[in-house]
Design a protein around this ligand. Structure first.
Ligand code: T6T
Length: 332
């Protein structure tokens, strides 16, 4: 086990370095529609989170606020109470009524937010941060992790933790979210190539940790020989760790989770999670503001920017690399 952990930590550095190299090759381009400095003073940027109270978006907010301060923009921040397109859409409508120069948004659903954001782009520059929609042509920039690669990296971590193979389960938020759909895709593609593993499928916890915990315990009743779980986001991972604890299978069933909030770090220390895939939400937010301001000023923007990730295990948790990868609970 110890040896496996060392390998995971060093693999993480390679992943982060290669992704950083990838992102520098993105194409630039100007965008025709919308946006302006309505107030005549500083440009205004409305940041609409995927959901409030999620450490991923809190860290992103810190990047947004720091960039706005450094580059001279006014920022507002809002988001739905739950991950639910029906709650996010009215927020977009009310934000638009304030005529912001730009909107930075993590859409809750690939199709439900398509039309509202197309409309938004007629008056404001739109930057998609983290998640995207079916046809993002209206956006001046899209900034996100390599989510397919992250799903594949999660499976590679499981291969190292469970070298003899066995049954693996995925716990996801809900279908229709670009990021987690891609993570599941990357994981499934990798899992289907390794005949030592049996993929028992994906189940949806709707961002509810209690639901993710129930999925783990119910799956263990059906598959007592389950070897590993991939939890595709913060709340799925938090709940999966609870399910492992409740079922008394800590260390027997390996859990890899996306995201690095305080609950995931505690689970790592307690041994109910073996590795967490930390994204770079602060950078996504910071770059989002840079792109928004470039668009507002009529300068070229980068149509797609991919940010990296770090795999954090007990081996590198206390190192500079591990500590820097963790998400914030509030902005400093
Ligand atoms: O994993 C992140 C984000 O990338 C995803 O789109 C939604 O879930 C999180 O916010 C974590 O809860």
């Amino acid at each position: 086990m110890r040896k496996n952990r060392v390998v995971l930590a060093s693999a993480a550095m390679v992943v982060a370095a290669s992704l950083a190299a990838c992102s520098s090759g993105n194409q630039g381009g100007t965008q025709p529609s919308g946006g302006g400095n309505a107030g005549g003073g500083k440009p205004t940027i409305a940041f609409v989170q995927g959901v409030i109270g999620d450490n991923f978006y809190i860290s992103m907010e810190c990047g947004v606020r720091d960039a706005a301060k450094a580059l001279g923009a006014e920022v507002t921040v809002q988001g739905p109470q739950k991950w639910d397109p029906a709650l996010q859409q009215p927020i977009v409508t009310s934000v638009l009524a304030t005529k912001p120069s730009a909107i930075l948004i993590a859409p809750n659903d690939v199709s439900a937010l398509q039309r509202p954001l197309e409309e938004a782009a007629k008056d404001s520059k739109v930057v998609l941060v983290d998640t995207t929609v079916e046809d993002p042509a209206f956006a001046v920039s899209e900034i996100a992790s390599d989510n397919v690669g992250g799903g594949a990296a999660a499976f590679e971590a499981i291969q190292q933790l469970v070298p003899d193979g066995g049954k693996v389960l995925v716990i996801d938020n809900q279908p229709g979210i670009s990021t987690s759909d891609d993570r599941v895709k990357g994981f499934e593609e990798a899992a289907n190539k390794d005949s030592k593993f049996e993929y028992v499928g994906v189940q949806y916890a709707k961002n509810q940790p209690a639901e993710a915990a129930n999925i783990v315990t119910a799956t263990l009743q059906k598959h007592p020989d389950l070897k590993a779980v991939f939890a595709t986001n913060l709340f799925s991972a938090e709940g999966a760790a609870t399910g492992i604890e409740q079922a008394g299978v800590k260390g027997q069933v390996q859990v890899i989770g996306f995201d690095a909030g305080p609950a995931q770090v505690d689970a790592l220390k307690e041994g109910t999670l073996q590795a967490i895939i930390a994204q770079q939400p602060y950078d996504i937010g910071y770059k989002g503001v840079e792109q928004a301001l470039a668009a507002i000023e009529g300068k070229p923007t980068e149509k797609k920017i991919q940010t990296g990730f770090t795999i954090v295990t007990m081996e590198n948790l206390e190192t500079d690399e591990g500590q820097k990868a963790l998400y914030a609970s509030e902005c400093s």
